[in-house]
Design a protein around this ligand. Structure first.
Ligand SMILES: [Zn+2]
Ligand SMILES: [Zn+2]
Length: 143
């Protein structure tokens, strides 16, 4: 994802929690799973995946919530904005909600995952690869 800037910043709606990421993300993808939908109140959620060393909080500290076994989600304790997803399946990755970036259009998602759980009324024609659950581990577009 060479078009990504060297550093990106982002944060929650109220501004209490700010973060920064350095370097290009490993991948970016839309997730249609039931857990993401419930956690955010959105029909689908878009993530950018980074190595842990690439991600840091710059201001404030999020609340954390164990949303399912092996999964920790973070959000702003003041305004509730969802910020990150961390899964035991990807121990060296932080999946950041792309829509919380100051420049969320900086790079484009490459795939859809958990399409088996996609809402039937959500019609998409972006032509991106679709995976019923996660993408194969060897591919860059796995969340
Ligand atoms: Zn906030
Ligand atoms: Zn999900």
């Amino acid at each position: 994802m060479s078009q990504a800037k060297a550093e990106q910043t982002g944060g929650c709606l109220c501004g209490a929690v700010r973060f920064k990421v350095s370097g290009a993300p490993l991948w970016a993808a839309h997730c249609h799973c039931t857990s993401c939908r419930r956690a955010t109140g959105a029909a689908m959620v878009t993530f950018a995946g980074y190595r842990r060393a690439q991600f840091a909080y710059a201001q404030g500290a999020p609340q954390r919530f164990n949303s399912s076994p092996g999964v920790m989600r973070s959000f702003c304790g003041n305004c509730g904005t969802s910020l990150t997803y961390e899964g035991a399946r990807w121990p060296d990755e932080v999946h950041v909600h792309l829509s919380t970036f100051d420049d969320p259009a900086a790079f484009a998602p490459q795939a859809h995952v958990y399409t088996a759980e996609q809402m039937p009324w959500l019609k998409l024609a972006d032509g991106l690869p679709r995976h019923a659950t996660t993408a194969p581990a060897a591919k860059p577009d796995r969340p």
